[in-house]
Design a protein. Sequence first.
Length: 387
Amino acid sequence: MFDPAAPARGYALLWPRELFRAELAAILGTLRPHQQHPALELLLDEALRGPDPLEDLAQAPRTWPDDPWGATTTVADPQHEFGRRLLEHVDALRAYVPRRYYWDRHLPAEPAALPTGRVDDLVLQRAWAAVCEDLVERGYLNRLAGSRCEDGQENEQPQRIVRLIKEHCGLADAWPFDFDAGAYAPEHFLTLVEVFHDLVARPRTRYWHDYDDHYGYDLFDENAGQAVYRWKTNELLVRHEVDLELVGQPGDEQGQVVRRTPDPRQELLAVTQQHVPDGNEDRVGQAVALYRSRHATPEDKRRACRELAEVLESRRKTVLARLADKDSGSLFDIANRFAIRHHRDDQMYGYDPAFLDWIFWWYLATVELTNRLLVRSESSGGKTPAP
């Protein structure tokens, strides 16, 4: 049985820890008693390494309430108790690291001549296609494309997937993926990456289908499926040193391919959009989306900086009033001098576009600062608190 003090090798996490925690909590908190065992079984099989978790779950007695369609089960149910205990000790689970056997340990290091900072498009796309094929095999497209088997009928799931892709983006005959002619064009490939994000939904239960010996799937959750897909796809992009990622933050950009930013700045992007207290949510969000677009031009970045500067300008008489005049004015010196907000003869033109990156992040950090000042002002009854 699961021992948090010494978890077995089979309890190594294949999934990211927080993704596993969230999905386990959702199963225990939302599914009815008779649904929890198959849901736990499927999750442990997919997210943990080895047979130990499934064997431990099987050893927990199964209880059947008088009303299986009633409310969620209590902690007295052994299966639920097993899941609850696992949820309480998710942090004790170690991440799975494949063992390196003798052959791997004694191979010479990779040749120094291998290219770095570049990607072999075909290798990346084949790896991504394998991810998609695995998810289809696990039932992640069954919610929209139906099952691959319908009691002896011909498998029409591939044709339904073709129709779904065409309906979403206009690409015909896009499934299964075919690389006989080489890699897809980047626009073609990245469109498919985004489309698949919108098609997947994770099944939380499965059942054995005697006809043709395969699993059927049920209880689909779109958010969980998309989270798994983003994790797998972004991991591939990082591994192949591609400066792109699928957005995970909720909002209009979720599931879109954007330029990857370093982790500290990624946190700033999230923080500045969590709570914008004065009605500037759309303006801040538009500035971020404009700046992060894969095809952002210097003029797009300048417009993004201008939007953030306008947000700060709208706050000059409120939050910024608590600053000394010289401090308040200095917040706008950069935008004014670099021909971002106005167009005067004394402004700088033709400067290196690299300055736009610096200005954008500087202004976004200042938006985050003024967000906090506004929140503090709200908590004090509308009065700007003393420094």
